[in-house]
Design a protein around this ligand. Structure first.
Ligand code: LHQ
Length: 263
């Protein structure tokens, strides 16, 4: 029996989701992307409070499975890459961006092309010290996709993003950390455990406030200042109505530590 291309494991309040085609560095097929979408839906349905996304084997993801699209080039035809993006990648990315819990990506090895885009789609991005990031697109004559042209300049700045996306150079974990592409780097030997421990800490926090924070940050790129202030008031009203907020205020006033329930 062939193994599922995406594995789902409930680890307490954390959904651990693993891209599982290690023999091809977790290259992305429609089946895998569909499995990832199903895992995201399941995590939400099960009320998980963090989704930890990682890869099986020595890679995170080598991006689009190039073998799986080779038929599209037969007879000198142009493959329908736009359709592939619209039908498989974009619905997934939209679902990940709307997850009712933080998305933590744990980049255990190489992340290339759309695999790099997926790696950087997390609210918080962790990397093993052996991880590397390859934009890869221009090396095969393509433009960045899977949202990378949105995310990368916002993380590392327009100049670095432009240079990186045009040269297709590879960035190691330490450089990714220094540039703000990832937030934490852990030793490869303990990476899986360190990433889980980190995710467990996030999952014990104020989940609703985290998700509202993501919304506020996302919208901040497109809103004028006055409109952003309007939105923050609206979202703070929502955050202030959560049980977690009420409990944290009580805990503070009673000089004890707060416990969050994610609601
Ligand atoms: C692969 C792949 C792969 C299939 C390694 N596919 N088998 C485009 C189109 C439309 C919509 C969506 O988005 C996109 C954007 C993209 O994602 S385009 C970019 C696609 N990715 C790449 O161009 C990267 C291709 N891979 C590589 O350059 C290298 O494999 C990297 C640098 C990632 C890793 O190098 P190594 O560590 O030396 O590993 P390897 O090359 O030996 O790969 C291991 C195996 O994985 C190997 O198979 P084999 O049977 O020889 O052991 C590769 O053929 C296979 N593999 N990437 N994308």
């Amino acid at each position: 029996m062939t193994e599922a291309p995406v594995l789902y494991e409930a680890d307490g309040a954390v959904a651990v989701v693993t891209l599982n085609r290690p023999e091809v560095l977790n290259a992305l097929t429609p089946e895998l992307l569909g499995g990832l979408r199903a895992a995201a839906t399941r995590a939400a349905e099960e009320g998980k409070r963090a989704l930890l996304l990682t890869g099986a084997g020595r890679g995170f993801s080598a991006g689009q499975d190039l073998a799986s699209i080779q038929d599209g080039y037969a007879g000198g035809r142009a493959p329908d890459l736009g359709g592939l993006l619209r039908e498989t990648y974009h619905p997934l990315l939209a679902e990940l961006r709307a997850l009712p819990m933080p998305l933590i990506t744990a980049v255990n090895g190489v992340a290339a092309g759309a695999g790099m885009a997926l790696a950087l789609a997390g609210d918080i991005r962790l990397a093993a010290d052996t991880a590397r990031f390859a934009t890869a697109f221009t090396k095969i004559g393509l433009v960045p996709d899977a949202g990378l042209a949105y995310v990368l300049p916002r993380l590392i700045g327009a100049g670095r993003a432009s240079a990186l996306l045009i040269t297709g150079d590879t960035v190691d974990a330490q450089t990714a950390l220094a540039w703000g592409m990832v937030d934490r780097v852990f030793p490869a030997g303990s990476f899986a455990a360190d990433a889980r421990a980190f995710a467990a800490t996030v999952a014990a926090g104020a989940t609703r406030a985290y998700v509202l924070t993501r919304e506020l940050l996302d919208r901040s790129w497109e809103l004028p200042y006055a409109a952003l202030l309007g939105l923050e008031a609206e979202l703070q009203q929502q955050a202030g109505a959560t049980a977690d907020h009420r409990g944290a205020i009580a805990a503070f006033l009673e000089k004890r530590s707060a416990t969050f329930e994610g609601r």
